[in-house]
Design a protein around this ligand. Structure first.
Ligand code: GLN
Length: 191
């Protein structure tokens, strides 16, 4: 299995390590041609405005959009913002393929980053230790979107729409590979 990791900015190295640890091939994606032959794609966390600008410069927006429309794609944090249909900001380039409304920096500034142990639907063996770094939340999800995780106050931090997965936190920054496993399972089970 070949998993692309968008490698423009952010935590792409950590995702690649996790993917390799699970026995799949990890391919860094910087140009449209790098998407050829991939089974799935991870959009890492980082800074969504920077990722968006670089994706425009490298002619990646349309190829990434087409990829995510039909192949398993998972966005973490900034990647979740990049996947969303609506972020309430017109000028910021996003793919706009997942039917979720996302609020960037929902917890405030850097100092408001935090960690929490949360149950994630589809993951067994106890709570996932979730690292939130200037994280977004989903404020609304469309009919075809399944909520996989929420904070104690019900704010949505993980969701799935068919072959699309979004998490507001950073599973690649912990030792726990279960969210990556969940994604790879989704790739494998795809008809
Ligand atoms: N706050 C960042 C953004 O708006 C996301 C932070 C992250 O990916 N850890 O893009």
């Amino acid at each position: 299995m070949k998993v692309g990791i968008l490698a423009l900015q952010g935590a792409f190295i950590e995702h690649a390590k996790m993917v390799r640890r699970l026995g799949a091939e990890a391919v860094e994606v910087r140009l449209p041609a790098h998407l050829d032959g991939l089974d799935a794609l991870i959009l890492p966390g980082g800074e969504s405005t920077t990722i968006g600008k670089l994706a425009v410069s490298y002619g990646l927006i349309e190829p990434l959009r087409e990829f995510a429309k039909s192949k398993p794609t998972w966005g973490t944090c900034a990647g979740m913002i990049f996947l969303a249909k609506d972020i309430g900001i017109d000028r910021q380039p996003i793919l706009g393929v997942m039917d979720i409304t996302v609020n960037r920096n929902a917890f405030g500034r850097q100092i408001d980053s935090f960690e929490a142990d949360l149950p994630i639907r589809g993951i067994e063996g106890g709570d996932v230790h979730a690292v939130f770094i200037r994280a977004p939340i989903a404020t609304a999800v469309g009919d075809g979107v399944e909520v996989l995780g929420a904070l104690a106050d019900d704010r949505i931090i993980a969701a799935r729409q068919g072959h699309l997965l979004a998490t507001a936190f950073h599973p690649e920054l912990t030792d726990d590979a279960r969210v990556h496993e969940l994604f790879l399972r989704l790739v494998r089970e795809r008809p």
